[in-house]
Design a protein around this ligand. Structure first.
Ligand SMILES: *Cc1c(COP(=O)(O)O)cnc(C)c1O
Length: 403
């Protein structure tokens, strides 16, 4: 069967160069980088070099980088770590309604612990209103956390502007840049952020390794207490092979980002135009230009995105939707809901995220195969019947979700 992968925002394949770079540290150089004897020397040196490479990628200094176990941990460390370190100054946090669960659920947890959180809304293109942000700031505000690129739509938030406001008000500013990393430049000297989360597996590195940039002067209370690793900010023997792979992925991104971005933007246009032109009742979700080059989110109105995904999977095409079947109910995308879509739009959404594996041939395959599937699925959909006025019940039940 064909295998077409359009889900690079979920994860990416490990680049062959990354795999090669990691191998020695899984095999012969297995020492503990904290050891002072011979076994620790090569791993320690490899880690230092890896840290330098990732610092080049972010344009920061080695003391400003903490390696973590994944992007989720980076977000948790940034948010809980700041909340704990500044709790005497205030208890108010500002975020948005369209963040990744790693941020949203961390904020929800802090609400239970006595913090107050403002969840900013977004416009129909998925972007927050700067004036609304300014108005939300109080003298108790200690942290603003706003993602750079949205994982479902690819839409970019005005990070530099938010950072300027935060700086002026002396509020810590964190951005989850996990979907931006490797796709657009991330220069800490330009972004006005105090904290930036990144994760290796979203840009051809291995799973299970992330990093948090912590600007000099910013303080995060550790989540993991233990040895003196990462300057006492994250205890635990380092994932040496993972970190080496992470650094190789960063090196490849520095080399390839620009050309690959152009290639993907062209492919994405071809996909978007192909699908939107050939399928009636479709809608592009998110800002048309202000987004990372690889992501497109399209609503096929009056059907369930899930059934399209199952049909695509049978053709060997991997894509994804914001909505997921959890505990037997169809859970809609919180991002698309925040953008003001109505149920018949957000239930029919599909996200295609392109990357190194994507080719023109893949795009053309989808453009050819998907429109007839949409037509067929629609003809069987109670939503479509309702739209046509046959009066069928509109219901998203567990049964329709799992079919
Ligand atoms: C994938 C992702 C995360 C989580 O990163 P992991 O390394 O998988 O834990 C957080 N935020 C965004 C925007 C993501 O896309």
């Amino acid at each position: 069967m064909k295998q077409i992968y359009f889900d690079h925002n979920a994860t990416t394949p490990v680049a062959p160069e990354v795999f090669e770079a990691m191998l020695p540290y899984l095999k012969d150089e297995w020492g503990n980088p904290s050891s002072i004897h011979w076994a620790g020397r090569a791993p320690k040196k490899a880690m230092e070099e890896a840290r330098d490479m990732i610092c080049e990628f972010l344009n920061c200094s080695p003391v400003e980088l903490i390696f973590t176990g994944n992007g989720t941990e980076s977000d948790n460390l940034a948010i809980k770590g700041t909340a704990l370190s500044k709790k005497k100054k205030g208890n108010h946090i500002i975020t948005t309604r369209v963040e990744h669960p790693a941020v949203l659920n961390t904020c929800k947890y802090l609400e239970k612990e006595g913090f107050e959180v403002t969840y900013l809304g977004v416009d129909k293109e998925g972007i927050i209103d700067i004036e609304e942000l300014k108005a939300a700031i109080t003298d108790k505000t200690i942290l603003i956390t706003v993602m750079y690129a949205n994982n479902e739509t690819g839409v970019l938030m005005p990070i530099k502007e938010i950072g300027e406001i935060a700086k002026e008000k002396r509020i810590t500013f964190h951005t989850d840049a996990i979907q931006a990393a490797g796709k657009i430049p991330l220069d800490t000297k330009e972004l006005n952020c105090d904290l930036i989360s990144i994760s290796a597996h979203k840009f051809y590195g291995p799973k299970g390794v992330g990093a948090l940039y912590v600007k000099r002067g910013a303080r995060v209370v550790p989540l993991l207490h233990g040895g003196h690793h990462e300057r006492n900010r994250r205890g635990g023997t380092e994932n040496v092979a993972g970190i080496v792979g992470f650094a190789k992925a960063a090196e490849l991104a520095i080399r390839d980002m620009e050309a690959e971005g152009k290639r993907l933007a062209l492919l994405r246009s071809r996909l978007e135009e192909g699908l939107l032109e050939r399928t009636p009742h479709t809608l592009l979700n998110g800002h048309k230009t202000n987004r990372i080059p690889n992501t497109t989110n399209i609503s096929f109105e009056f059907i369930e995105g899930e059934s399209l995904l199952l049909n695509l999977d049978m053709l060997g095409v991997a894509a994804s939707s914001g909505s997921a079947c959890t505990s037997g109910s169809l859970e809609a995308s919180h991002v698309l809901i925040a953008m003001g879509l109505v149920p018949e739009q957000y239930h029919g959404s599909v996200r295609f995220s392109l990357g190194k594996l994507s080719t023109e041939e893949d795009v053309d395959y989808i453009i050819e195969k998907l429109p007839p599937i949409v037509e067929r699925t629609r003809s069987m959909s109670p939503l479509w019947d309702a739209e046509k006025g046959t009066g069928a019940e509109i219901e998203f039940s567990a049964k329709s979700c799992l079919k």
